[in-house]
Design a protein around this ligand. Structure first.
Ligand code: 5GP
Length: 110
């Protein structure tokens, strides 16, 4: 069965895609925590950091994040977040990076 994010990638459920290449797809988060809140997801269904293979689509996530940050115009800075597991706040078991920006972000997170 496909993950929620694979369904967005395949157009089976709606999503506002802002970037895609052979390895990753990025779309707007449905509940944005910042003026810019983009989900960058691997095309392959890696469940999370704890299941990371040695190589694969995930190695392209950071370079995609850099390009998307430039595209989104968050020139004053931004944050990349990966939640892993229940205590990490992961709700969708398909590896993804949150790109947050467009306002000052508090540190440390809760
Ligand atoms: P996680 O909690 O796993 O790190 O992040 C999952 C993210 O996916 C959440 O920020 C949540 O708002 C977002 N999300 C959940 N369902 C949907 C959806 O149907 N469409 C979009 N665009 N984002 C979603």
């Amino acid at each position: 069965m496909s993950t929620l994010f694979t369904k967005i990638i395949n157009g089976e459920i709606p999503g506002t895609i802002v970037y895609e290449d052979d390895h990753v797809v990025a779309f707007k988060d449905i509940v944005p925590f910042a003026p810019v809140h983009i989900i960058i997801v691997t095309r392959s269904e890696i469940s999370g950091i704890a299941a990371l293979p040695e190589t694969g689509d995930h190695i392209y996530l950071l370079n995609a994040a850099k390009k998307i940050a430039e595209q989104q115009g968050v020139t004053n800075g931004y944050r990349l977040v990966i939640n892993q597991g229940e205590d990490g706040g992961q709700t969708v078991e398909h590896l993804h990076v949150h790109l947050l920006g467009g306002r000052p972000l508090a540190w440390p997170p809760g």
